[in-house]
Every structure is written in structure tokens, then in C-alpha cells.
Design a protein around this ligand. Sequence first.
Ligand SMILES: Nc1nc2c(ncn2[C@@H]2O[C@H](COP(=O)(O)OP(=O)(O)OP(=O)(O)O)[C@@H](O)[C@H]2O)c(=O)[nH]1
Ligand SMILES: [Zn+2]
Length: 306
Amino acid sequence: MTDLETAAHEPEPSETTGMVVTRQAGFYTVWLPSGQRILSVLRGKVRKGGPVVAGDRVRVRIGQDGRGVIEEVLPRTSHLIRPPVANVTRVVAVVAGPEPDLGWLDRLLVVAESQGLSCVVCLNKIDRTDPETVQSFRSLYQAVGYPVATTSARTGEGIGPLAALLVGHVSTLSGPSGVGKSSLLNVLCPEARLEVGDVSARSQRGRHTTRVVRLLELPDGGLLADTPGFSRLDLEGVEARELWRLMPDIRREAAHCRFKERCLHRGEEGCALPEAVEQGRVAPSRYRHYRRLLDEALQREARRYS
Ligand SMILES: Nc1nc2c(ncn2[C@@H]2O[C@H](COP(=O)(O)OP(=O)(O)OP(=O)(O)O)[C@@H](O)[C@H]2O)c(=O)[nH]1
Ligand SMILES: [Zn+2]
């Protein structure tokens, strides 16, 4: 018996909590802990509280007809604006071979850390990447402290281990154009593939300027947004003085810097960071990107205060 069949035999309690997985024309699909999905509308007072988005955890009352009424939106742990998804816990930062864009990756990792999101780093297109590059990418980011997946959406290599990193999370893929985010989505979620031929969904997207975001169920558990996140990587809101805290490898070494909080760890005389790079505890690319992001944050702050 499948989970769905089991669910059909167990009457749902009249009130339960669930997660909004998609919204369409005033109807919200709520995913219940049993695996069942119910079509729901918003109670008037909930509507006044602002938009309800995919990822929102809600208290829902189920009527005789099997339809739901969303009574309350439970507090959010995070809220992405673009795409509008609540309660994301995991960002999959995707870059692709043969020459992964590490500058983009390090920037995204900082932005995600500043929002308290946990990251998985993914190198896609390993079928067209030199094995040495794959290996050094893996070592670099494992040493920083991130789970690393190396994948090929084309051959399927590494997809299982990537899926395993998403179990129990609400995740979003993020990465520069063309790295294979849609391709990964299709191999990770069989449900996503159906969409390709779904003309009504496509034409709807064309009509509306804001795209409807769906959370797709991963076969092994977890939910994945069907719209990539973080299309703009704004460092807005990241203070120059706080930047070192947002890069785990820099943070570890900064703890040994004798200038402590007074230091920007930019390579000042006596700062611990240049030595950490020399001795291989911080990768040169990571330190270079740290300094680039720092300069940018300092310039922004100078403009703000001038
Ligand atoms: N060789 C190879 N090609 C891939 C792989 N994954 C994706 N591609 C190809 O890369 C191109 C871009 O893939 P998409 O999935 O559209 O990339 P995307 O990141 O969604 O791109 P945007 O929608 O522009 O952000 C397509 O031609 C894919 O077939 C892979 O693992 N290996
Ligand atoms: Zn320092």
C-alpha cells in the first residue's frame, strides 16, 4: 500500500498544520504531514495579514468536502523575497565546470549566511570538468565547512548524494545562468518534469509578472522550490566589520588574530590572516574574495556616510 492509499483510509483530523506548497488564483495547496494535499482558501483575517507564500506553515481547518480553510500562518523562520518562499532552510549554491565561478559562489555563500541559511555547495557538469578541478573544488569547500555535492544532471552522477543533503529541508537552488539549475531540478524531482508539457502552467507564467512558485516534493523527503533563489546577490545589509563572521574559514582564523574586533583582517601588519593563507589554512581564492567583498562593503558604507 502506498503512503497515499494509507492516508486515504485515515480520516484527517478536522484541524491540522501543514505547509503551503503552491498558490494559484486564490487557492493554496497545503501539504499535510500524512502526505495528503488539500486545496484551501484563506480565512478573511489571514488575508489581511499579508501574502501567504509557498513554504508557509499554516493551521488549516478541513471541511466535510475535503477543502481546507487556512486559519493562521505560523511564525516564519526565514522569508525570501525573490522568489517568495517562506521557511527556506537550505540553499544549494550551484556552479558548473569546466571553470566554476568561485567569485559568484563565495558571494552567494556570504549572502546566504547573512540570512542565517545553511548552504550546500554543488559543482555541476562534472561530465565536462577535469577530475582534478572536481577534486580540488571538493577539498576546498569541505575544508571551509560546507557539505559538497559534485553532480552531472546529464549522466545522473552524484544526484543521489545531493538529494540526501536535502532530506528534511525546504531548499532552493541558486546559481549563475546556465549552470544547470533547471536540469538538476528535473532529475531531482520527477514531479518537475511533468511541468515541461504543462501548457496551462506555462501560459499562466507568461501572463503574470510574478511567477507562481511551487515547492516540489523530493522522492526521499524534503521540499525544493521550483524557482531559483537569489537572482540578485545584494550585499546590502552586510556590514564590512561583520563580513569575516560570514565566511567560516576566515572566521576560524580571525579568532587567532591579536587585533581581535579592531581588525578588518585585510592583511594589516600583524594580522593573522595572511599567515593563514600562506600556511594553507585559508584558500587564496577565498581570501581574495573576502577582500573584494570587504572593499565593496567599505565603499558602500563610505557612500552612505558621506
Ligand atoms: N554537460 C552537461 N550539460 C549540462 C548539465 N546540466 C545542464 N546542462 C546543460 O546546460 C545548459 C543550461 O542548463 P539549465 O538547466 O537550463 O541551466 P539553468 O541554470 O537553469 O539556466 P538559467 O535558467 O539560465 O538560470 C543546458 O543546455 C543543459 O542541457 C550537466 O550536468 N552536464
Ligand atoms: Zn586580523
